[in-house]
Every structure is written in structure tokens, then in C-alpha cells.
Design a protein around this ligand. Structure first.
Ligand code: PBG
Length: 329
């Protein structure tokens, strides 16, 4: 007799498959990245990110309302800073009337319950396209942490709920946490990009913000002295443990698809919520292949997103969030 177990019984039709399905996606799983620019009436498509846009503050209002109506309740805000405002020290990042600070107020104004997370790193503000201050060919850790801390306070003053430091400087979480406590922002959240790798998958994002490291003498051409080496796994655990000890509420693994092993390991080891970031290059790959007819767009989006959740993500930052909500509804 053939073995009593026939695993295909549980795959016979969609009703039984849905009954035994282990993982489900809901709008609550998603964090929506938003790119904000100066100007009026702007909704400009990012060339390397088809169907993804930069918004000026006025068009941002409608977008935020749309997200809320779809059940998407959290956003992660990035700003594209004018060249004239860039320097080596991120001076503009501390401007209480800067684009980020106004974006936070705009979102909270049209949708007070929308959870607003802000990106904290110097690259959009840096003439060199680095996440920190550069001197003598080195991204200076401690001087950068000081600016990031001031920047974080400024985002809280504007009304943000969470800061999301994406810079990978050492010690920035404890510095930010201490400043929050000292200034009475006791409920201010920190989602730390804890295991962030030096990756080739950030290219389209750097197009979106015009924030790629510049090609110039004595300026490092990549971010390998602060972002992690993708050959490493134990290092991700160390980084994550330190960020939790320093006061992070949520930790993140980035990029996503190529790092699901890291995600699972962190989820198994630590008891704080874990986020995964499906980054711009992952988005671009699916867009490009499906435009050529080589992949089914919607199927690939659902499959990869499900993989994040299955691998342990409590939160998924994704440029596909709106598509997914429509696909699962
Ligand atoms: C920079 C930052 C990057 C991303 C988020 N914050 C790029 C980088 O580290 O160079 C990438 C996000 C994406 O590719 O979607 N602090």
C-alpha cells in the first residue's frame, strides 16, 4: 500500500489550501516609504522606480489620505533636499522649518492618526552623498551622532512618532534615546536599521533622492566603512543586540529578499518587533522583469512579500504596499 500520508490532500483546492495556510498578509503589516520634494503640484515618477513618485507637500496630502483609506496606517518619510542646501555637516537637517519637519506637520495635519516615522541619516543633506560627516576621507562617527541626535529631536518637535536611523553610526541609538528622555519625549519610538548591509540594491533610492556618494578624490565611493559586509551573519546579531540594549523599540533588516536568513535568525533570537525593508532595487527588479513580460508582476509581488512575513517580519517596508493591499482585498 502507498504510504498513508499523502501531503497533496491539503493542496487539493483553494478552500483547503486557505484553511491550512500558515501565513497571511494584512494592511497592518506594511510601512509605506514616501519621498517628499519642495514645490507645488508635484507628483514626479522616479525613472528607476516605475509607478513610484516624489510628492510635494500639497500632493502629499491626497496620497496620505489615500493610504489611510486603504488601511495603510504607517509611513516612513524621506526628503529630497535641494543642492543649494547641502553641505558636509547636515546643517539643513536641523532646520525646524526644513522639508522633513514640514512634511511631518503636513501628514499629521491631514491624518492625525497616521503613524509617522522619519528617516535619520545625513545622505540627503550631504554634498558628498554620505550618511555622515566626511573628513580626511573618513565618515566621522561621533560628530555625526551628535547631528543625528539633534535631527531626531527636531523631528519629534515637528510631531513625528518614530525616528528611523538608517545611518549605521555606532552609538547613535543610545545618544538619541538619552536625548529623547532628557527632553521629555518619553513615548518617542526608535526603529533602528540594525542590520543594514552595504548593498547594490539601493541604487534606485539614491536616484530618487539624488543622494549617491559622489565620485571625487578622498571621498569614499561606497558605504562599506559603516554599512555591513554582506558576507556576515554573526555581526548582524551583535548589531541588533546592541541597538536593543541602547533603546531601540523596533529593529530592522535591510535589504530584504537576499537577507531572509538574517531576518529569521534575528526573529528567533530577539523579542522585539522586527522589520524588513524590501528596498528600491528589489522593487526595480520586479518592475523591469514584468515590463518585459518575463515575470507576472502581481504574482511576484505577493510571493516575495509573503516570503518576508514567513521569514519572521512583523513589519514590511515596501514600495508595493498599495499594490498588495489591493491584491489581498
Ligand atoms: C540612506 C538610506 C538608503 C536607503 C534608506 N536610507 C540608501 C543608502 O544607504 O545608501 C535605501 C532604501 C532603498 O533602497 O529602498 N540612509
Amino acid at each position: 500500500m502507498y504510504p498513508i500520508k499523502r501531503n497533496r490532500r491539503l493542496r487539493t483546492n483553494e478552500s483547503i489550501r486557505s484553511l491550512v495556510r500558515e501565513t497571511i498578509l494584512t494592511p497592518n503589516d506594511f510601512l509605506v516609504p514616501l519621498f517628499v520634494v519642495e514645490g507645488k503640484g508635484i507628483k514626479s515618477e522616479i525613472p528607476s522606480m516605475p509607478n513610484y513618485f516624489r510628492f510635494s507637500l500639497d500632493t502629499l496630502e491626497a496620497e496620505v489620505k489615500l493610504l489611510w483609506s486603504l488601511g495603510l496606517k504607517s509611513v516612513l518619510v524621506f526628503v529630497k533636499v535641494a543642492d543649494a542646501l547641502k553641505d558636509n555637516k547636515g546643517t539643513e537637517a536641523l532646520n525646524s522649518n526644513g522639508l522633513m519637519q514640514r512634511a511631518v506637520k503636513t501628514i499629521k495635519n491631514v491624518c492625525p492618526e497616521m503613524l509617522v516615522m522619519t528617516d535619520v541619516a545625513l545622505d540627503p543633506y550631504s554634498i558628498y552623498g554620505h550618511d555622515g560627516i566626511v573628513s580626511e576621507g573618513i565618515i566621522q562617527n561621533d560628530d555625526t551622532v551628535e547631528i543625528l541626535t539633534g535631527m531626531s529631536l527636531s523631528h519629534m518637535e515637528a510631531g513625528a512618532d518614530f525616528v528611523a536611523p538608517s545611518d549605521m553610526m555606532d552609538g547613535r541609538i543610545s545618544s538619541i534615546r538619552e536625548a529623547f528622555e532628557d527632553d521629555g519625549y518619553v513615548d518617542a519610538g526608535i526603529m533602528s536599521y540594525s542590520a543594514k548591509y552595504a548593498s547594490s540594491f539601493y541604487g534606485p533610492f539614491r536616484d530618487a533622492l539624488d543622494s549617491a556618494p559622489v565620485d571625487s578624490k578622498n571621498i569614499p565611493k561606497d558605504k562599506k566603512t559603516y554599512q555591513m559586509d554582506y558576507a556576515n551573519r554573526f555581526e548582524a546579531m551583535r548589531e541588533t543586540e546592541m541597538d536593543i540594549d541602547e533603546g531601540a523599540d523596533i529593529v530592522m533588516v535591510k535589504p530584504g529578499l537576499a537577507y531572509l536568513d538574517i531576518l529569521r535568525e534575528i526573529k528567533n533570537e530577539f523579542d522585539v518587533p522586527v522589520a524588513a525593508y524590501q528596498v528600491s532595487g528589489e522593487y526595480a527588479m520586479i518592475k523591469a522583469a514584468s515590463e518585459k513580460g518575463w515575470l507576472n508582476h502581481d504574482a511576484a509581488v505577493l510571493e516575495t512579500t509573503m516570503a518576508f512575513k514567513r521569514a519572521g517580519a512583523d513589519i514590511i517596508a515596501s514600495y508595493f504596499a498599495k499594490d498588495i493591499v489591493k491584491l489581498i482585498s
